[in-house]
Design a binder for this molecule. Structure first.
Ligand SMILES: Nc1ncnc2c1ncn2[C@@H]1O[C@H](COP(=O)(O)OP(=O)(O)OP(=O)(O)O)[C@@H](O)[C@H]1O
Length: 500
């Protein structure tokens, strides 16, 4: 059995039609657990896709001795056809879908039980992942390891982000991999689960699975033995984890032309005295109280953080604010001066709100370009289905100029890099000059340079324009400094506080 698992020698590599690495070399030996960091999330994804055999290699050589060992060992059992069968991969995007695949609104399918019922349950999904494969991981052992037992009969669509992330990891293990590649596996996990992530990696490795993950320099879990940094040439630096410097190796380099904001978001007072007023709001699912008598008032221009562990009800609360939770009708909820359930349409509610969540990206039809996605913000639709006016098109061009998206305007939205997608989603949320901007883990998955810029952007946006913000993040360091009030959810109850 070779000591070497995988070897990349001086490869020139392209990914998704763009050059990724000029001269990539990387060597992975048995017993090593790698964290891959970079100032560019796109390069990290290109690197993982190279290991999976999904990039174009123009020159150089990639060898996968691990596959030879295991293919010989397993070929008698006819379970393995290629090295790909020995690898599991979890991406940053959740890939669960409902059976009919109809997705008109973002949260509605999740909070509307008749549609959710069409999706598989956690157990059914895991059974599918396991299939006929045999190995060390069983349904029971992965559910135990990833704390999924209590959720086994839950529909996939009802899971919170953190719960979905754990399920993705469990599904990966059931493929009985020898190599487990994880693209930013800790995104969406709350602080406690993130802190325990090192222990999880160790258990996975003890079962004979080799782990490589991408992450940010600030988020290297225990259990990682080696760290590599990437740039467009290839691996630029390597550290043993105990020698890794605490300070990130790269600084914020990028900025926008803030002076354009005067035109994009000209100063204008809000038309409303109070934007959101929730009075004693409670939401239950099958006897489980997710929100318990929440009171929350948001005035124009206020900057809020909404926090709480995985499954504490943050998304449920947001679904109420953006008009996508059917239980809202029976509650005392005032949105933009109007009581919910008094004949307003879902569009009336959405109009004054800009909303960004990473998963939004997968709700747009495949034929939508970057420009169309941004323009669809005027209509609150997932994609552009109406003809925009010249004025609307001009404004979209100016936002694309601001966020450096001009070259991407006519490219398909789904082909954009993760960071470009995120800026396009922010432009989409802002193009209609909202009163309230809701950012639900909006900078998650971005590299540290881009996260810094995201924070700065939110602060700059609200310098002249009266914009209320709700910022949801499991990462305290991502919260912009202008955010000075907090609603924390704990076991369904809301605790309000303000920073002085
Ligand atoms: N339609 C539903 N039916 C049953 N349970 C639901 C439904 N929607 C949400 N839940 C449950 O309510 C709880 C709260 O979920 P929610 O997504 O609001 O949490 P969250 O705080 O946003 O979590 P995360 O940080 O992981 O995103 C979860 O345990 C979830 O499984």
């Amino acid at each position: 059995m070779s000591q070497n698992l995988l070897e990349i020698r001086q490869c020139k590599i392209a990914y998704k039609g763009k050059q990724a690495f000029d001269q990539l070399s990387f060597s992975w030996e048995r017993g090593q657990c790698w964290a891959i960091i970079s100032a560019s999330g796109w390069l990290q994804t290109a690197f993982i896709e190279t290991l999976r055999g999904n990039s174009v290699v123009f020159s150089g050589q990639i060898s996968r001795p691990f596959a030879m060992d295991y293919l010989e060992e397993k070929s008698q059992k006819k379970e393995v056809n290629s090295f790909r069968d020995l690898m599991a991969y979890v991406s940053q995007a959740y890939t669960f879908k409902n059976k009919s695949n109809l997705q008109n609104f973002y949260f509605q399918q999740r909070f509307n039980s008749s549609e959710s019922d069409e999706a598989s349950t956690v157990k059914e999904y895991l059974e599918d992942c396991l299939g006929e494969k045999k190995g060390v991981w069983t349904l029971a052992s992965v559910m135990e390891l990833l704390d999924l037992k209590a959720l086994k009969d839950e529909s996939l669509l009802k899971l919170s982000n953190g719960e979905s992330r754990r399920l993705n990891l469990a599904g990966g293990l059931l493929k009985q991999p020898k190599i487990f590649l994880m693209d930013y596996p800790m995104t969406g996990l709350d602080k406690t689960t993130r802190n325990n992530f090192g222990g999880l990696i160790k258990k996975i490795q003890e079962a004979g699975v080799h782990v490589l993950l991408t992450t940010s320099a600030e988020d290297i879990p225990d259990g990682v033995s080696h760290i590599a940094e990437l740039d467009s040439r290839g691996v630029s630096q390597i550290w043993l984890s105990n020698e890794f410097p605490q300070e990130p190796a790269y600084q914020v380099k990028k900025s926008w032309d803030w002076s354009l904001l005067n035109e994009l978001l000209p100063p204008s007072p809000s038309d409303h005295q109070v934007l959101v007023d929730l009075r004693q709001v409670s939401i239950s699912y099958g006897g489980k109280k997710v929100l318990d008598r929440i009171n929350w008032k948001i005035n124009p221009g206020e900057k809020w953080q909404l926090k709480g562990p995985n499954g504490s009800g943050k998304s449920t609360l947001i679904s109420i604010l953006i008009g996508e939770n059917p239980q809202a009708y029976s509650q005392s909820i005032y949105l933009f001066g109007r009581k919910r359930g008094t004949g307003e349409s879902i569009w009336d509610i959405k109009r004054p709100i800009g909303f960004v969540a990473p998963e939004l990206a997968r709700f747009f039809p495949a034929n939508q370009t970057c420009e169309k996605v941004i323009l669809s913000g005027f209509f609150d639709t997932m994609g552009l289905f109406k003809k925009p006016t010249e004025q609307q098109k001009n404004l979209a061009s100016k936002w694309m100029q601001f966020f450096d998206l001009e070259e991407e305007a006519t490219l398909l939205f789904k082909s954009l890099s993760l960071e470009k997608m995120r800026w396009a989603l922010l432009a989409r949320a802002l193009i209609k000059k909202p009163d309230l901007l809701i950012l639900d883990e909006a900078s998650q998955g971005l590299d540290s340079m881009q996260r810094q810029l995201f924070k700065e952007t939110i602060s700059e946006l609200s310098k002249t324009y009266s914009l209320a913000v709700i910022f949801v993040s499991h990462y305290e360091e991502d919260v912009p400094s202008i955010v000075n009030q907090t609603l924390e959810l704990q076991a369904g109850k809301g605790v309000l506080s303000s920073k002085t």
